[in-house]
Design a protein around this ligand. Structure first.
Ligand code: BES
Ligand code: ZN
Length: 648
């Protein structure tokens, strides 16, 4: 392998060279240099008559969120060799990118953000010219690397910045064990470029391998084949042999132990959490089996989940082979495990068939919510699934109303226009819930049997590929719907129109009807909290209850709290909904618990609505700011960037 030819001398030599090159570039107009280099090599590329390159990569749609020239040069494989430095909060080492030079061009453009690039060498170990273009705060910079038509690999030496947005470095005190530091990454949507120089768009798929060196008291895990125990030398090697998109690159390092939950599944968690996690997630293996029955074989070998510290900014992230999850799903009663069904479902919708650009985000999330609920129905039954669906419709209706009110009707379309914006802005319930109800509408038109056969075929025929919205609609019309059915579905309204089309279903749940009756009486002051028959209420009944409360006042808050102890709940979903009311009613008795919640939990879905409500009055905003002063350093960038905006 050519990599072996890069010996120590080479490294030193090229370091010096790179340094010179850097200084040289610094003194010039970087942009000009880049263009000049690009031009020269482009000319060379054009004059070349050798078209013998492997033209095996399909042309991809334009992607406004990456600088990569992926239709000219396609990255096929990445080899990472990184050392984890907890003191400096940095990853240091190299990324070797194997490329497919589709047009024999002379320029490879990667995405990079806050990366310190030390140098780039080619297959022969020779330094090659590179330059970083203008930097945008959200997108970072293009990293322009000169290549030759025959270049097969480029090796980029770099270190990450201590404020790399994907990475969160935790002090021991921010972990459960309090003894060891912790690191995790979150690459979706466009944060992979803050820790790996890569073609950072979901349309580009590559395989990868990695060597990660860390302190031997810690284990390193990736979205790849993982070991289950710590290694005495602290050196971990990884392989991901199925092609993935960059947003699925993931790394975590910490004091984690492993326990099996079945044939090809298991859980990693901090030792003090492991038993609880295994108990909570006992349905994992049957979720995998159910999913396979529904839509075909699981393509990734093992499915494991790692329970991260509470600052993880999302509920879950579907990193292939290893879902990253918030500890807030470990509720003690298994009531929040739909999240695992969701992340597992992404192993088909998202990881296997991937949204081509972030404008097609609903193809990832809408399909996944639909699939998630099918898994939940199979395992926990229809009444359970009905509750999830009805709660989902409630979320969607509130989101649609908010977006309408804010003049953002366009963001209620399934197909988004996120060009020029942070794709994170597209992360609303619309992609998830409107997407799911669209698929449910299609299912209702053709019947479950035909719909399932169609989806199975769709996942099988498109595996390891990408899909855009138009491509999906064509596929749907070709392989499933008759003309009459196409008219009944009216996909155009769903995809390119606002709000919920007329043919949207109205979810029904007998379980929640019971709650509805109770809230109606409580809302009308006909009964007190203690008179409500809450026997058999689960988390989902409570959530529906809290979301249905109207005209609450301070007295009613006290009454509810006295009967149901909401302020003391250990369930994060219930807590969040209760705190929303507490803010609106200025129920200050709940504020100490809320403060603790805001400081301990970094899950953005909870933080955003709470800080937003707090920011609505001067007094609460002051309070929120003082809490935030303590809390901010414990949040991941994804969370604090959002909250900074709310409290500014
Ligand atoms: N892939 C998403 C998380 C995500 C989306 C991160 C966009 C960054 C940008 C993940 O699958 C997800 O949807 N998580 C949800 C849970 C789910 C049950 C709705 C979450 O984190 O709340
Ligand atoms: Zn998802």
């Amino acid at each position: 392998m050519w990599i072996n030819t890069i010996n120590v001398t080479h490294y030193a030599q090229f370091n010096a060279l790179a340094l010179l090159l850097c200084i040289h570039m610094w003194n010039r107009l970087v942009q000009f240099e880049t263009v000049a280099i690009a031009f020269i090599f482009l000319a060379m590329g054009c004059s070349s008559i050798d078209l013998g390159g492997e033209n095996d990569a399909d042309s991809l749609s334009a992607d406004a969120h990456t600088y990569a020239n992926f239709n000219d040069v396609r990255v096929k494989h990445i080899s990472l060799d990184l050392e984890v430095d907890f003191d400096k909060k940095m990853l240091k080492g190299s990324a070797t990118l194997e490329i497919n030079n589709l047009n024999n061009g002379s320029l490879l453009v990667l995405d990079a953000r806050k990366l310190d690039i030390h140098g780039v060498i080619d297959d022969n170990g020779d330094s090659v010219a590179f330059a970083l273009g203008d930097e945008s705060p959200v997108f970072g910079s293009p990293l322009n690397i000169t290549i030759q038509p025959e270049t097969k690999n480029v090796k980029v030496y770099y270190t990450t910045s201590s404020d790399a947005d994907a990475l969160q470095w935790l002090d021991p005190m921010q972990t459960l064990g309090k003894k060891h530091p912790f690191l995790f990454s979150q690459s979706q949507a466009i944060l992979a470029r803050t820790w790996v120089p890569c073609q950072d768009g979901p349309g580009i798929k590559f395989t990868y391998d990695a060597t990660i060196k860390t302190d031997p008291s810690l284990i390193a895990l990736m979205s790849a084949e993982n070991g289950t125990t710590k290694r005495a030398d602290g050196v971990y090697t990884f392989k991901m042999e199925q092609p993935i998109s960059s947003y699925l690159l993931a790394l975590t390092v910490g004091d984690l132990s492993f326990a099996s939950t079945g044939r090809n599944s298991g859980v990693y968690a901090e030792p003090a959490m492991l038993d609880k996690a295994v108990w909570e997630l006992n349905a994992m293996q049957s979720m995998i089996d159910s999913a396979e029955t529904l839509y075909g074989p699981y393509a990734w070998g093992r499915y494991d989940v790692v329970i991260l510290p509470p600052s993880f900014p999302f509920g879950g992230m579907e990193n292939p082979r290893l879902t990253f999850a918030t500890p807030t799903i470990i509720a003690g009663d298994r009531s929040l495990v739909a999240l695992i069904a969701h992340e597992l479902a992404h192993s088909w919708s998202g990881n296997l068939v991937t949204n081509e650009t972030w404008n097609d985000f609903w193809l990832n999330e809408g399909f996944t919510v639909y699939f998630e609920q099918r898994i939940m129905e199979k395992i926990f039954g229809k009444p359970y699934e009905d509750m999830l669906t009805k709660l989902g419709m409630g979320d969607l209706e509130r989101t649609l109303a908010e977006l309408q009110a804010e003049g953002k009707a366009e963001d209620t379309h399934l197909y988004l226009n996120l060009d020029g914006r942070d794709p994170d802005d597209g992360l609303t319930d619309v992609a998830y819930e409107k997407g799911r109800f669209f698929l449910q509408t299609a299912e209702a038109i053709v019947g479950r049997e035909r719909f399932d056969a169609f989806l199975k075929k769709y996942f099988t025929e498109n595996k390891f590929k990408t899909m855009d919205t138009e491509g999906f609609i064509n596929y749907l019309n070709t392989h499933l719907l008759s003309t009459d059915e196409q008219n009944r579905l009216n996909a155009n309204d769903w995809i390119y129109g606002p709000g919920l089309p007329d043919n949207a279903p109205t979810p029904n749940s007998t379980e929640l009807d019971r709650v509805e009756t109770a809230i109606a009486k409580f809302n009308n002051n006909r009964i007190k909290a203690a008179d409500i028959n809450t026997e058999g209420y689960t988390t989902h009944h409570w959530l529906y209850f809290l979301r249905g409360l109207k005209d609450v006042n301070l007295e009613k808050m006290k009454d509810l709290d006295a009967s149901f102890q909401f302020t003391k709940t250990g369930n994060s979903e219930i807590a969040c909904d209760w705190f929303k009311h507490s803010i609106e009613q200025n129920y200050t008795l709940a504020f100490p618990a809320m403060k603790e919640f805001l400081i301990n939990v970094g899950r953005r879905k909870f933080l955003t609505p709470l800080y937003t409500r707090l920011a609505a009055t001067d007094q609460n905003k002051q309070w929120a700011k003082s809490v935030y002063q303590d809390a901010r350093s414990g949040y991941h960038s994804v969370a604090y960037n959002t909250i900074d905006n709310i409290l500014k």
